[in-house]
Write a protein that binds this ligand. Structure first.
Ligand SMILES: Cc1cc2nc3c(=O)[nH]c(=O)nc-3n(C[C@H](O)[C@H](O)[C@H](O)COP(=O)(O)O)c2cc1C
Length: 204
């Protein structure tokens, strides 16, 4: 079993990375393989709603010049996900969300029914809003959301400071153990069959 951890901070070894590493270490102790990937600092595109991914059933985004399709390829092999973001103006990092929205839309079958947890890091405030925002797409993809003893948030400003948030680090470890428990219990189980989608909008 393998968990893919996505670092949505432009700082490759900042506080988000440290919280993800604490999670990965705990998962490893539970016998679960991990890989941390970094969203990076290169420009990323937003979804342009062209629907080419749906029309062609490619499971790929037409924009092949950033990390999006690489992320989907990694997702294909993963059994679960942990996604971390710094809090920017009370929201997740915009680049992370731009990539995630495209990867989830184009490669949704690589994510569906796989457990997921989010982590939000902040200096002082807005982490709960970030955490809630990051959870929104997973409810639409039949992804079991892994909880902890508290929301998965931790505090720090300069790189490394988050390590001093002992309760925050404990929350990450508890979430990781809950994820391991869920993964072990779900292993080999068939997920429920989906009904045909009844798409409706509310114009009339
Ligand atoms: C553009 C920007 C906006 C930020 N907005 C907030 C905020 O709304 N609330 C907060 O507590 N911290 C805010 N911060 C601080 C970061 O969330 C904090 O430094 C965090 O530890 C960064 O995580 P990282 O080391 O993984 O990049 C902001 C930082 C930046 C660069």
């Amino acid at each position: 079993m393998k968990v893919l951890l996505i670092n949505g901070s432009p700082r490759s070894h900042g506080n988000t990375y440290i919280a993800l590493s604490e999670t990965a270490k705990t998962l490893n102790a539970e016998g679960i393989e991990t890989e941390i990937i970094h969203i990076g600092n290169k420009p990323v595109r937003g979804c342009m709603a062209c629907n080419t991914c749906k029309r062609t059933n490619s499971n790929k985004c037409v924009f092949d010049d950033d990390i999006c399709n690489h992320l989907s390829e990694k997702a294909k092999e993963a059994d679960a996900f942990v996604i971390g973001s710094p809090t920017y103006y009370g929201q997740p990092n915009g680049a992370l969300m731009a990539v995630l929205q495209r990867a989830l839309y184009s490669g949704n079958q690589y994510f569906a029914f796989k457990p997921v947890a989010n982590i939000a890091i902040c200096r002082r405030g807005g982490a709960t809003a970030t955490f809630q925002t990051m959870n929104m797409p997973f409810h639409m993809l039949n992804m079991p959301i892994v909880s902890s003893q508290y929301w998965n948030i931790a505090y720090g400003r300069e790189e490394g400071e988050v390590q001093q948030d002992r309760e925050g680090m404990q929350t990450m470890r508890t979430m990781a153990r809950n994820m391991a428990w869920m993964l072990k219990n779900l292993s080999g189980k068939v997920h429920p069959k989906l009904e045909d989608w009844e798409p409706m909008h509310f114009i009339r």
